[in-house]
Design a protein around this ligand. Structure first.
Ligand code: ZN
Length: 240
């Protein structure tokens, strides 16, 4: 119990999350939260829970102004800390602490969910980390404002080249009724989304969206994001 370790995967992204008062007011109070906030001052923290196979990763905060999944990550992390797991769960709750501090969609003017294929960008570092860790899967959690694209609670996946992506989406859909948005082939619509780039290197991946205004946490949105995360963990039978 209480066994985890934290590693910094990028230092250029460092930020003081305590400056984002909306985020801070919703984070669970725990020693894990305190530790993550202090590690975020050094860069992008990645937590590891458990050991062995399967090995999966949950990421959030690729868009810094999407707060609900970043809060959900910490709630789920707190649960994982107290459980015995079958396999390894890596979590990156705040992909870009600096962007989250500023509540900004972009980092250095760049949308990190369109640049995972470009060397040197944070999302590309996550992709390389996923590859080096030989992950069995990755799920990237976002929030979408009403009447935008997609604007509804949803799960993005693709049929090719990693068909398991769709299976994972179907499992999450059963548990949450989030709408499945499935593309025939990863990366066809646009390039550089973390999910697509993972699928293209045969790491089955999905993107999950809950509905909330940007830079805010609409009521219930972090709970919906938690449900998606738990359904994802459940697909891999992580929690015994
Ligand atoms: Zn997003």
């Amino acid at each position: 119990m209480g066994s985890f370790n934290i590693k910094i995967i990028s230092t250029e992204t460092a930020g003081d999350l305590q400056k984002n008062k909306t985020l801070l007011s919703k984070l669970p109070t725990s020693s894990l939260t305190d530790e993550l906030l202090s590690h975020a001052l050094e860069g992008t923290p990645m937590i590891k829970f458990g050991n062995g196979s399967p090995k999966i990763m949950l990421t959030s905060g690729i868009h810094g102004n999407e707060l609900s999944p970043q809060i959900a990550s910490l709630i789920v992390a707190q649960t994982l800390e107290e459980l015995i797991l079958r396999g390894t769960v890596f979590m990156i709750p705040f992909a870009i602490p600096y962007a989250t501090m500023e509540s900004s969609r972009r980092f250095k003017g760049v949308d990190m969910n369109r640049s995972a294929s470009k060397k040197g960008y944070l999302s590309n570092k996550i992709l390389k980390t996923a590859q080096n860790l030989k992950l069995d899967s990755l799920a990237d959690f976002h929030s979408t404002k009403p009447h935008s694209n997609p604007g509804v609670e949803s799960i993005f996946c693709s049929e090719k080249p990693s068909p398991q992506s769709k299976k994972i989406a179907e499992h999450i859909n059963k548990a949450t009724q989030s709408k499945i948005i499935c593309h025939k082939k990863a990366g066809n619509l646009y390039q550089g989304a973390l999910e697509d780039e993972c699928n293209l290197i045969n790491i089955p991946a999905v993107t999950c969206e809950v509905v909330s205004q940007n830079s805010r946490v609409d009521q219930g949105s972090q709970e919906r994001s938690c449900l998606q995360m738990k359904a994802y963990l459940d697909y891999f039978g992580i929690v015994i």
